[in-house]
Design a protein around this ligand. Structure first.
Ligand SMILES: *Cc1c(COP(=O)(O)O)cnc(C)c1O
Length: 425
């Protein structure tokens, strides 16, 4: 029998009793979303400053994406890849032209796409570079976040994510983030290093933005040693940081970024989250023929990957990004947000610093990492109508949907300012 939810309290009790306790949500139960807003069960409205970890860049229930979903849902949803379907090819053409790659491998979640990239990179190493079997090593960065599968947590250094999930997958070497020297050293001294898997900005770790030339120099170093540069843009991609991709760097273009001199094209690009505007799980791995051709029939796949519903949703989601010039808005509002927060940093001793790019930003709270201050502040923000979540103790990430207006952003900054000024530890 299905239960009707009448109150937030009831919904939280049900999750507590019947769901695995693998999350610790802020105590708010959402029942509706539209654009930059969400509403709880009791009808209170909030500004969403998490955007489902940057999956909802296009705004909640974006009508163009939802209509694409509805139309395709009534036509054909899933065929598996045992047969062709009449949407996948069109999507593959669309998405590869959009991001300027020869080929795409469609998956569903971000972690699956990361797994796919690792498999493609390893296979390339054995078949194209001639690395002895089982010897390939991939470099990753400390404090990375690439998802939750067994292999992916094997190279995490977050003890909460790792502990008691071993034995771990071998074949990864960890270096400090944003450290070109460390990268060069490993590439030079270790045998059979075949790739670097990296986030152009570390989102989960607390929005760590590396040096401006880090991505470019990292790719150059990889290429000097015949290793692939693999960018995980699951969180940073699709306009979030003020350009189509974070690897586009500082650009002022309105749409595609490839022709900008700052663009660093990855050998393998990993996308997810906003690829579907948060409407349906869609992820993708993009590469040129030279790399992607190592994958042959039967060697990798997914029942739902490349299904017509996901493909239609993704095309609509990417249309929205382009037509509404979301990267331009993210760039403009991001600057405004950091200016407003910088004023706060100077006035309040509760906030230590603000950092980020585009509309992927974080405010560091002036307290120890194990204090509850950031959490308590998020609860207070919630009371004042704005939803954000701490990441790693004393850091609060602020990442609203990219369809926000300047006026709304100022109202949100007012809420944050008021909450911080009134907050008592
Ligand atoms: C969220 C995220 C993932 C994992 O995506 P899921 O869809 O949750 O599996 C991987 N990499 C990065 C950088 C992410 O932010």
């Amino acid at each position: 029998m299905q239960t009707t939810i009448n109150s937030s309290k009831q919904a939280m009790e049900l999750e507590d009793q019947y769901g695995a306790h693998n999350y610790h949500p802020l105590p708010v139960v959402l029942a509706k979303g539209e654009g930059v807003y969400v509403w709880d069960v009791e009808g209170k409205r909030y500004y969403d400053f998490l955007s489902a970890y940057s999956a909802v860049n296009q705004g909640h229930c974006n009508p163009r994406i939802v209509n694409a979903l509805k139309e395709q849902a009534e036509t054909l949803t899933l065929t598996s890849r045992a047969f062709y379907n009449d949407v996948l090819g069109a999507y593959e053409k669309y998405v590869t032209e959009y991001f300027h790659f020869d080929k795409v491998l469609p998956m569903n979640t971000g972690a699956e796409a990361v797994e796919t990239a690792i498999k493609v990179c390893r296979k390339w190493a054995y078949e194209k570079r001639g690395v002895p079997e089982n010897e390939a090593k991939i470099i990753v960065c400390q404090n990375n976040f690439h998802g939750r599968t067994t292999t992916v947590i094997s190279f995490s250094n977050d003890e909460v994510a790792r502990k008691n999930f071993g034995p771990y997958t071998p074949g990864f070497i960890k270096i400090p983030y944003d450290d070109i020297e460390a990268l060069e050293k490993v590439l030079k001294e270790e045998k059979n290093v075949v790739g670097l898997l990296v986030e152009p900005i570390q989102g989960e770790a607390g929005v760590y933005t590396p040096a401006n030339d880090f991505v470019r120099r990292a790719k150059e170093a990889c290429h000097r040693h015949n290793a692939l540069f693999i960018a995980d843009e699951v969180q940073t991609g699709i306009a979030r940081t003020g350009s189509l991709l974070a690897v586009c760097g500082d650009c002022s273009c309105e749409n595609k970024c490839e022709r900008q001199p700052t663009y660093t094209k990855p050998d393998i690009l990993i996308l997810g989250k906003a690829l579907s505007g948060g409407v349906y799980p869609v992820s993708a791995v993009l590469a040129d023929n030279e790399v992607m051709e190592v994958i042959q029939p039967g060697q990798h796949g997914s029942t739902f990957g490349g299904n017509p519903l996901g493909c239609k949703v993704a095309m609509a989601a990417l249309d929205v990004v382009q037509d509404e010039k979301l990267m331009v808005n993210a760039r403009k509002l991001g600057k405004l947000f950091r200016e407003r927060m910088q004023e706060l940093v100077e006035k309040s001793d509760l906030v230590k610093l603000v950092r980020g790019k585009g509309l992927l930003n974080a405010v560091v709270i002036n307290d120890s990492e194990d204090s509850s201050t950031a959490w308590d502040l998020c609860v207070a923000l919630k009371e004042n109508g704005l939803l954000a979540k701490p990441t790693h103790g004393n850091i609060i990430r602020f990442a609203p949907p990219l369809v926000m207006t300047e006026e709304q952003l100022h109202e949100c900054c007012d809420i944050i300012e008021k909450t911080i000024n009134e907050f008592k530890k």
